[in-house]
Design a protein around this ligand. Structure first.
Ligand SMILES: Cc1cc2nc3c(=O)[nH]c(=O)nc-3n(C[C@H](O)[C@H](O)[C@H](O)COP(=O)(O)OP(=O)(O)OC[C@H]3O[C@@H](n4cnc5c(N)ncnc54)[C@H](O)[C@@H]3O)c2cc1C
Length: 386
């Protein structure tokens, strides 16, 4: 996204992606109203909405037979009053196709950054491995947007503050069948929590476990996992047999951390590389995109003129760290006060008071809708295309 926004401003950009395509399924599928608003600002909304996607206007959580609507996006001050569910490979293919229309944009797939190039104390580029051999790219600025296991931030020796995440996620697909619920749901069972993302022909299931609990789950056997899933979301009972072996179940490790300083001379980290997000609330993609927009707004001109200084990089962190910190705090609150309670429950938990209030008073649902759909300090595409 940052590559696209900078190339629109005439900045020479090369994006290095380690995989040969974007077909990864570890990132969630949510395109938030604020991101859809950016699509509108970029003149791409209509084309975007022609891509296959599902529109979710309300978020519901099931507590056994009780249901609570916890967010309602229909009153947001944005053009799209829904979350679009679109697999991230489709989203990234869409963005990169449009970015390629800019003469100064280059995307190099299968180029894995392994190290940084230094001149004195300044970072002046990266070293990457490609199927054709080693590649060196020199640049006025290196941006680490390489996610929660960022090589760039590690090589730059930036200090990471681990905020702790008590959960991991088991990630697997189950078929979607006629008569299934229409929208994406959270399901709370006895000691269990699971999220379902609608991917058209199947449900992408995120079954939340305690951090480090995967080995124990495996030892209990697949039949137990199938039974757990059936208890948590009973409508899946008729298809849990699709989980034929453990190869169908991936462990996704959740991290919540942040860098004390997002930059050093010649380098900036954004997105999960600067502040790894928990899946709670499904907001990490939105934050990463908002970081990209702020970075393009603050650094675009400077990069075009080839003079980015430390205080410009500091300005990006200054603009974006508060929204990231506030969101992480909210996620940690939910880990500690909701998920802990769920894990400890020996029997079906009834809907907690906040969820009952949201169900009872629809006006209140606008608050979580705003936090999820727009977030703290939404960014806007400032300048027109060059
Ligand atoms: C289980 C789980 C579910 C989630 N679900 C959601 C959700 O539904 N909605 C939501 O908003 N957020 C969700 N999140 C959070 C979200 O995934 C992240 O916050 C978001 O993807 C961060 O975006 P990013 O661009 O910073 O990093 P990423 O999306 O991780 O992208 C990093 C990119 O860099 C590439 N890369 C990595 N290393 C290198 C290298 N050395 N060289 C070259 N390329 C490299 C990767 O291949 C990848 O394409 C979830 C997180 C987890 C763990």
């Amino acid at each position: 996204m940052l590559g696209f926004l900078l190339a629109r401003k005439g900045v020479e950009v090369i994006v290095l992606e380690k995989h040969k395509d974007f077909l990864r399924d570890f990132r969630g599928d949510t395109i938030h109203p604020s991101t859809l608003e950016l699509m509108y600002e970029l003149g791409l909304l209509e084309a975007f909405l022609r891509q296959p996607h599902q529109e979710v206007r309300q978020v519901e959580v099931h507590f056994g037979t009780e249901k609570a609507t916890i967010a309602d996006f229909s009153h947001l001050p944005t053009h799209c009053k829904f979350i679009a569910f679109m697999p991230q490979w489709d989203f990234l293919n869409f963005i990169s196709t449009h970015a390629r229309h800019c003469a100064s944009f280059r995307l190099r797939m299968e180029a894995e950054v392994t190290d940084l190039l230094f001149e004195n104390e300044r970072i002046v580029g990266v070293r990457a491995t490609t199927p054709q051999g080693e590649l060196e790219v020199r640049a006025d600025l290196v941006v680490g947007a390489d996610g929660r296991s960022s090589t760039v931030r590690e090589r730059a020796d930036l200090e990471v503050m681990d905020l702790g995440a008590p959960i991991d996620v088991l990630w697997f697909g189950l078929s979607r069948r006629p008569g299934d619920p229409e929208q994406a749901f959270g399901y709370v069972g006895a000691g269990q929590f699971m999220v379902l993302l609608d991917r058209g022909d199947h449900w992408q299931c995120g079954y939340v476990i305690r951090k480090g609990g995967f080995e124990q789950k495996r030892q209990r056997g697949l039949e137990e996992l199938r039974a757990d899933v059936s208890r948590c979301a009973p409508f899946l009972q008729d298809r849990v047999a699709e989980l034929k072996d453990w190869n169908a179940v991936r462990l996704l490790t959740v991290k919540v951390d942040r860098l004390r300083r997002w930059y050093r001379d010649g380098l900036l980290c954004i997105g999960d590389s600067a502040h790894a997000m928990s899946p709670v609330g499904g907001v990490g993609i939105n934050l990463a995109i908002q970081d990209a927009v702020a970075t393009a707004n603050i650094l675009g001109e400077k990069l075009r003129e080839g003079r980015v200084e430390l205080n410009n990089l500091r300005a990006v962190q200054h603009r974006r760290e508060r929204p990231a910190h506030l969101t992480q705090r909210a996620q940690i609150f939910i880990h500690e006060h909701f998920l802990e309670r769920v894990f400890k429950a020996n029997e079906q938990m009834s809907s907690p008071l906040p969820a009952r209030l949201l169900e009872e008073f629809p006006l209140l649902r606008r608050i979580p809708a705003r936090m999820i759909g727009i977030g703290f300090r939404p960014e806007h595409v400032l300048s027109a295309k060059t």
